[in-house]
Design a protein around this ligand. Structure first.
Ligand SMILES: C[S@@+](CC[C@H](N)C(=O)[O-])C[C@H]1O[C@@H](n2cnc3c(N)ncnc32)[C@H](O)[C@@H]1O
Length: 309
């Protein structure tokens, strides 16, 4: 992660932060769909003039040489991909080409420089898109790696954690937690045997800290009382996947089991629920449901419930 990141601007889908660390890849930001390093900024004003001013700043910017596949320039203004005035684009491409000693390749595949404007940000940014590891195809019903990393980050991970996902499914949250040190990481899912062949490689590699159980989250017989520091989980939403009996009873049984296994002194919880069912969870979790965040997952309203003891 980025320890000294300080937020400068946030809107509904972007955050601008300052950090002393020069990022060269998106790896320290696994929760971001897209991550950029700002290399120049100017007051937004009229776009063509602003692009020319950005081009004038390129010679003194700190940029890596372009790779063999060259680079291209893209623009996103107020959330929309935007065509750029041809002459202003040429000025910018020429300045970048001289600086990174690379050719323009409009087909992509190489480095990307983005002009970024946000409605409530008074500046136009020129930013380098940080390369990201190509992620595996996400299995049907599995959480995206970015969202999984964000939910794990919301649990304030600590290297002494005994972590549990009792509805682990494709293992997306466990894989995200494995990216950081922990004392113990427990995967539980009642369908483990069926899911095992498609689990990500990080879960199939044997390591002492990772335990995998086929089991019922309502009766976690493999876990002693108060032996878990943090639960991050995405239980069945009760929409496409059925639970036995009424959803409210299921929620009450799960919440009682969380109460049993979580450390009474520093137990923490991050739970993702469909927005429609979030009130059941908040009621059953009681004081453990301290905060709720409303998010959209592929357009589907969801609620993240966060709390600690
Ligand atoms: C919403 S999915 C979790 C998806 C997971 N976060 C992922 O990214 O793949 C819910 C999971 O809970 C499991 N499940 C349902 N009822 C369960 C129970 N009583 N105990 C344990 N696992 C259960 C299902 O098999 C399913 O994999």
């Amino acid at each position: 992660m980025v320890p000294d990141a300080r937020p400068l601007f946030t809107d509904d889908s972007a955050t601008l932060v300052r950090t002393s660390r020069k990022l060269t890849s998106a790896d320290p930001l696994p929760f971001a769909n897209n991550a950029f390093r700002v290399i120049a900024k100017v007051p937004r004003g009229k776009i063509i003039g602003a692009i020319r001013k950005l081009a004038a700043q390129v010679p003194k910017a700190d940029l890596e040489p372009a790779g063999r596949q060259g680079f291209r320039v893209m623009a996103q203004l107020d959330g929309q991909l935007t065509a750029i005035d041809r002459a202003a684009r040429s000025d910018l491409e020429r300045a970048l080409s001289a600086k990174v000693r690379g050719r323009v390749s409009s087909r992509g595949g190489g480095d990307e420089y983005w002009l970024i404007g946000r409605k409530d940000l008074g500046e136009l940014l020129l930013a380098y898109r940080l390369p990201k590891q190509r992620s595996r195809k996400v299995a049907a019903g599995a959480l995206a790696p970015e969202l999984s990393s964000m939910l794990v980050a919301a649990s304030r991970p600590d290297r002494r954690d005994r972590f549990l996902d009792p509805f682990a499914g494709s293992g997306a949250l466990v894989a995200a937690r494995l990216a950081q040190p922990a004392r113990r990481i427990d995967y539980v899912d009642e369908r483990l045997d069926e899911l095992r062949p498609n689990l990500p490689d990080v879960l199939r590699r044997k390591r002492d800290s990772l335990r995998m159980f086929a089991g019922d989250a309502r009766r976690l017989t493999m876990i002693d009382d108060h032996d878990v520091d943090v639960i991050v989980t995405d239980p069945p939403w009760g929409e496409h996947e059925d639970v036995d009996g009424p959803y409210e009873t299921f929620v009450a049984d799960v919440a009682a089991e969380f109460d049993r296994v979580l450390s009474p002194r520093h137990g923490r919880l991050v739970l993702l629920s469909s927005r429609r069912r979030a009130d059941f969870w908040s009621a059953a979790l009681g004081p453990l449901a301290e905060e709720t965040l409303e998010i959209l997952i592929n357009g589907h309203p969801a609620t993240v419930i966060i709390g600690s003891r």
